[in-house]
Structure formats: C-alpha cells, structure tokens
Design a protein around this ligand. Structure first.
Ligand code: SF4
Ligand code: SF4
Length: 360
C-alpha cells in the first residue's frame, strides 16, 4: 500500500476516529530503506563495523508494550498473514510474563536492559523483539504495532524536524494507548485500585521472578485480573471489539481536554516539516561533526541531534559563507557569482532540517 497521509503509517484500527491532523500528507521516509537496511553495513563500509546495526536484528532490538485492544486484534486475526503473530501472542499469554489487563508488557528484566543498554540498540541479540520473524526479517504483529514501532525511523527526510514530528506522534499514540486501554479496563470491571496502581514492573524493586522471567504468583495474577482470571484471551478480544467500533465523538470525549493541545503540537511539527520558516541570517552550525566518505563526499552530522548528511566536496566550502551575519539573499548572490550554482529553497531547507545550518 502506498502511504500518503500520516494515518496511513498507523494500524488500521485508528482510522475511524483519530482527528483530522492525521489526514495531512506524509511521504515515506526515503532514507529508511528497510528492505536493504540503511543502518546495516554496506558492501563497502565507510565506517568501522561498530557504527552499523546488526543485520539480523536491525532496529528491532526493542520489546513493545501491546495495549489490550491491540492484543485482541492480533488474536482475532485468523488470516494466513496473521497466523504467526497470533501464535506468538498466544505463546506469550501462555507463558504469563507481562500478561496484564493493560496489555502484553515487556518483562522487567528486558525493560531494565533496554533502559540501561541504549548503546546496544540495533546491535544486541539479547534485546531482539519476540515478535520479530528473524528468518524473513519481518514483524509478525505489524497490523497492530504499537506507538514506538509505528513511528520510529532511523533516518528522516526532514532530519531533526522530521524526527521531532514522529516523536510527537509517538507520544500522542502512547496517550491513546493509555486512555483507551484504561477505558476498556474500567468498562470491563477491572478493580479501580488495581488500575490506579499500574501494571508495569517496579524497576527499583525487582524480585527473583522478575529476574528469572517467571510469571507473577497465582494470588498476584488473580488480584490483577479479578473475575477475568483464566479468561484473559476473552478479555483481550472484548477490548478489541470495544475499540474497533469507536467513533470520533466518543473517542474525543474519552481523550479529555488535554487532547486538543497534543493534536495542536502534532500540527505545529507537521508545519515545521512541510512549510518551514528559516532563520535569516543562517549560520554554519559550529557543532558539526565532519567525516569523509570513501568517494570523497563530506558526511556531516550536527552533534547531539543530527543525522548524517552527505554533501558533495565542491559544495561543502560554501557552508562557510553562512556566517550568521550575511543575509541569505546576499549569500545566494555571492554563490551564484563565484560558482554559478543557484542555492534553491529546498537545498537550504534540507540543510536547516538537518541543522547543518542554524539560526544565530
Ligand atoms: S527503520 Fe530499521 S529496518 Fe528500516 S532502514 Fe532503519 S534501521 Fe533499518
Ligand atoms: S513489534 Fe515488530 S516492529 Fe516492533 S520491534 Fe517487534 S518486530 Fe520490530
């Protein structure tokens, strides 16, 4: 399916009720070429092996937290394509670790490793997602992927601004997961005190069950699930039925007053990638990391926030003309006089999106 709007990037269950901002146009992140992973070593690497992702994990060194209604959606999917995801979800439920009324949550041990092993992201076998089909390099729960998996890209067409947009969408989706998951739990009779307590592990007080990936004691499981104990699958299926039949009015009322503000923040970040207002004058970012690729191109990365951007060697010296004093029209005039190059709006926007050029 060709993805042309923001909503096209998200699981289908959200289409009937997410607000209009999700109908805004969105292009594929053309540098995140998953079939030939752009973070994995190319045939002729420019950088040491450690700089690349592990080809057998790629970016799926992450354990998702699948909300209750998404688990139900995976269980309800009896298609051939959905069979492997369904099988894995059933296996997780049978194992009993992280099986909560809020959804299927990462085991405590994995959460701890994820949290303290950021440099291992994309590399460590130990962190590989249980829903990744490694043989085919495919996600088995893609139809119901959660916030992080739906919005994470290793590279962004609009660099820093693109990443900020997708992070905002991710944060919004996490709010949706929590609000809808909580609504479902309340409607289906989960104990309110238990809901208020939350279902994630307390990482500063892990016990032997947590460290050994064992399910909670029967009494704790029963306190969590109440009358749904032993009928967890039916609970998830009921959750899915409730959410898939939501309409926009009901959804908006469930999300509460802060919802409009979060939607406005998404719109603002969408404007920043589709219709950016560039500072004038511009300045070559003093915190640029500069590498040379094997073909002589310059590889530029804004320290702390940027994504590597290649610039042809004859273009690179022109960056020095952006000294934070000359107006952009003056720089353009000088470049065309000295080199014959015309500095286009889209080129300047790209340099700004990647923070190669910044405001003063
Ligand atoms: S998004 Fe993940 S799989 Fe796709 S190119 Fe980037 S690292 Fe590779
Ligand atoms: S749920 Fe799918 S996309 Fe997300 S980490 Fe696992 S395999 Fe990758």
């Amino acid at each position: 399916m060709t993805r042309e709007r923001v909503i096209d990037f998200l699981p289908a269950i959200y289409r009937p009720f997410l607000p209009d901002v999700f109908d805004r146009p969105m292009r594929e992140e053309r540098h995140a070429t998953c079939a030939a992973c752009s973070m994995c070593p190319p045939p002729e690497p420019d950088f040491p092996a450690d700089a690349y992702f592990n080809p057998s994990t790629k970016c799926c060194t992450f354990h998702p937290a699948l909300p209750n209604y998404s688990v139900g959606g995976l269980l309800a999917d009896t298609s051939t394509e959905g069979a492997e995801g369904r099988r894995r979800v059933l296996a997780t439920i049978a194992a009993g670790v992280g099986v909560t009324p809020a959804g299927l949550l990462p085991p405590a041990r994995v959460l701890l490793l994820q949290r303290h092993g950021k440099a291992a992201f994309g590399r460590a076998e130990r962190l590989v997602c249980p829903y990744l089909d490694r043989e085919h390099g495919a996600c088995t729960v893609w139809a119901q992927r959660e916030a992080e998996c739906a919005t994470w890209f290793c590279k962004h067409n609009q660099g820093v601004d693109g990443r900020a947009f997708w992070k905002q969408v991710r944060d919004y989706l996490v709010e949706v997961h929590v609000a809808l998951g909580t609504w479902v739990m309340r409607e289906l009779g989960i104990d309110p005190d238990r809901i208020a307590e939350g279902f994630g592990p307390h990482l500063d007080a892990l016990d032997a069950r947590d460290l050994d990936d064992r399910p909670p004691a029967a009494a704790d499981h029963a306190r969590m699930w109440g009358e749904w104990t032993g009928r967890e699958i039916a609970f998830y299926e009921a959750a899915y039925d409730m959410v898939r039949t939501l309409d926009r009015d009901r959804f908006t009322s469930l999300m509460g007053v802060a919802h409009a503000v979060t939607v406005d923040r998404i719109a603002k970040r969408h404007d920043a990638i589709t219709d950016p207002v560039l500072p004038d004058p511009l300045l070559r970012n003093p915190l640029l990391r500069v590498d040379r690729a094997a073909d002589g191109a310059y590889v530029l990365t804004a320290v702390d926030e940027g994504e590597a951007t290649r610039l042809r060697s004859e273009i690179y010296p022109l960056l020095d003309l952006f000294d934070g004093r000359r107006r952009t029209t003056d720089v353009r005039a000088r470049v065309i006089a000295e080199t014959g190059y015309r500095v286009s709006d889209s080129f300047l926007q790209a340099l700004y999106h990647h923070r190669i050029l910044i405001g003063t």
